[in-house]
Design a protein around this ligand. Structure first.
Ligand code: ADP
Ligand code: MG
Ligand code: MG
Length: 210
């Protein structure tokens, strides 16, 4: 029921914020190789602000919690990642209005990916977060809808797919975002935004498994 989902979401948000704090310098190091060395700081600032709001979450619906996570990220994170993460969470949160089920979680994942692609205009293979998200969302949808797997099992498969997506960003050339300014010199480096996407998904999975 709603209070169980609320507590799970609050735990997920707290775990993601703590993990982002741990990975802050790693994410910034990745961004220093092909960007402007701020991705870890950007994500950290955003999720610290989100973690400070968890008390307000106590009387919100799951959809409103996710929406507030999105608006808080937009309000605290600039650059490319802020509007991509925050704006997409905000829009996709509408799919959770009737609570979190297998069906609404698939709709949420698809809406989130659509919004990221809509905003950032990056196709698969441009060395962005889209490269982690696309296989993850497709795997989740297929696992739930065609293979009839439980959401948690499906999500674990989605995390594996995201991990392969992150690895796929290494040998390719950036076509979008700051890293694209480097042209072929971006080859051989892992994309920071794809990496933070994977880290967030890993932490959500860990929370859900507990
Ligand atoms: P900035 O590049 O403005 O400093 P960040 O460093 O916080 O912002 O985020 C960089 C990440 O944003 C990249 O690693 C990439 O994954 C993602 N990104 C950048 N541009 C786009 C885009 N057009 N579409 C999707 N993701 C993008
Ligand atoms: Mg940056
Ligand atoms: Mg920047």
């Amino acid at each position: 029921d709603e209070s169980v989902q609320r507590e799970a979401l609050i735990a997920a948000v707290e775990n993601v914020a703590a993990r982002i704090e741990e990975e802050k310098s790693y994410l910034t190091d990745l961004d220093s190789a092909i960007g402007d060395a701020d991705h870890g700081n950007n994500m950290h600032r955003g999720f610290q602000a989100v973690a400070e709001k968890t008390e307000d979450f106590e009387d919100m619906s799951p959809g409103d919690i996710v929406k507030t996570v999105g608006t808080t990220i937009i309000g605290n994170v600039g650059g490319a990642a802020g509007p991509l993460y925050g704006g997409s969470l905000m829009t996709a949160s509408q799919e959770l209005e009737d609570g979190i089920t297998a069906e609404t979680s698939v709709a949420f994942a698809e809406a989130y990916l659509d919004k990221v692609k809509d905003r950032g205009d990056a196709p698969v293979g441009a060395k962005t977060m889209v490269d982690a998200l696309t296989p993850a969302v497709h795997t989740y949808k297929k696992s739930v809808e065609q293979d009839d797997l439980a959401p948690l099992t499906a999500f674990a498969k989605a995390v594996d797919a995201a991990e392969r997506g992150v690895e796929f960003t290494v040998p390719i050339k950036a076509l979008k975002g700051r890293a694209s300014f480097l042209d072929w010199r971006s080859v051989g480096h892992q994309d920071p935004g794809a990496t933070s996407t994977l880290i967030i998904m890993e932490e959500i999975l860990k929370t859900a498994e507990e």
